[in-house]
Design a protein around this ligand. Sequence first.
Ligand code: GDP
Ligand code: MN
Length: 453
Amino acid sequence: IDFASPIDSPFYRGCINTHDYITDPGYQKANASFVMLTRNEELDGVLITMQSLERHFNQWFQYPYVFLNDKPFTEEFKSTIRKYTTAECHFGVVESIDWEFPEIITSKNGAETRNPLFDMAIHDQGDRGIMYGNMESYHKMCRFYSGMFYRHPLVTKYEWYWRIEPDVQFYCDISYDPFVEMHKHGKKYGFTVLIKELYWTVPNLFRFTKSYIKKERIKVGTLWELFTKNYKIIEPISEQHLLMDKFINKDDEVNDEFSRYVEMEYLLNNIDKKLNNAIDNEFLSDLMNDGDSHMDPSKIIKDKNGISSIIKSSMRKPPIVEDKFDNEEYNLCHFWSNFEIARVDTFNNDLYNKYFQFLEESGGFWTERWGDAPVHSLGISLFLNKEDVHYFRDIGYQHSTLGHCPANAKGQQLPYVANPKYEQEIFPKYYDSSLWNFLKTKKKKETEYSSGC
Ligand code: GDP
Ligand code: MN
């Protein structure tokens, strides 16, 4: 495996003097902003992110911030924010037409009337303990980020955006301009964490994506391969997906270098055993303990055999897949979209917008809990190639319990990483890193980057 391949190599190796970098006559700032959708109540978390970003990047680069909200920001929010940066700050309200679900969708797919396309209703998600499944605002947020944010007038003023969220930490200095470097290298989309989605949040997303491809006769880009897998067996796969999250990594050390993936073959060989032993206490307690944030503990009711109702109901098969697309199935990989550095027109173009519209009309943002991350990933893979995407493996990033720790973060005190010795992915047991798919490798060498010098 060639780690210096154009797809994966960092833009710089070795130390960069940021002052020299920005005063170089050849350097011209990009037309770019940070974009954050957030709520007034999240001010503390927003400040954590800003302090970290200012300290490690924006004190030198002075890119403006765009804050969006479905409700107006308070004066207190705005004036506090402005104390934390000398860069410009813009505050926008999202039009209710861009935020609320169209009535045709909510009335058709509400709790009473079931969505005939899905054979389930929104409350099924909550009932089945799916993370955020019955939280309407979360569905709206996902839909907004999937198909709306890049059309907001404050965002379209710029050519590039860097998406940020409350409670994000950057560990290492970002000593060069990622927008400018992406532009120079012809990149359109950049990520730092690649993981797998929880199957039951998107059981029908791929089916609709494939229908769209057929309908529009799209010849997909090479990025498509990253998100798909040719399964020989399609039907039982849904159960396997669900269980996959639980079985992998049991024996792994928490931060084992890039070892947190599972071979499909391993799964196929072991799944019967695991299913048959579903009462296996160890398995059950694993499932319960690891599920803290995406399974609501109050929903966990065990029957007399100790089998949780969540497991039972989650094992319900999804509707029959009618349009099998050469046996392709979604492998659940996605770029973790709370970090994105991208061209605005990576999304704001006819192909993607039509794709979003198609998904919207299916009602899936409402009936299922389609995240913007898998939607973005599948959406851009319709027309991007792998080399259009940049892996920012030199950016130290953490949000909630997931993150990426570059080699240069060595010796720093990071949450969840007691002693960062080498570059690593950080994520809880119930997630599965997908870097494997991207890098197509099992092990990689420690590399020094420009960050953190
Ligand atoms: P998670 O990271 O998937 O757990 O999702 P978050 O709760 O962090 O939401 C993602 C982003 O959307 C964050 O920047 C939130 O501040 C923002 N967000 C989520 N729900 C709402 C909402 O109802 N209104 C507004 N204005 N922002 C929201
Ligand atoms: Mn978040």
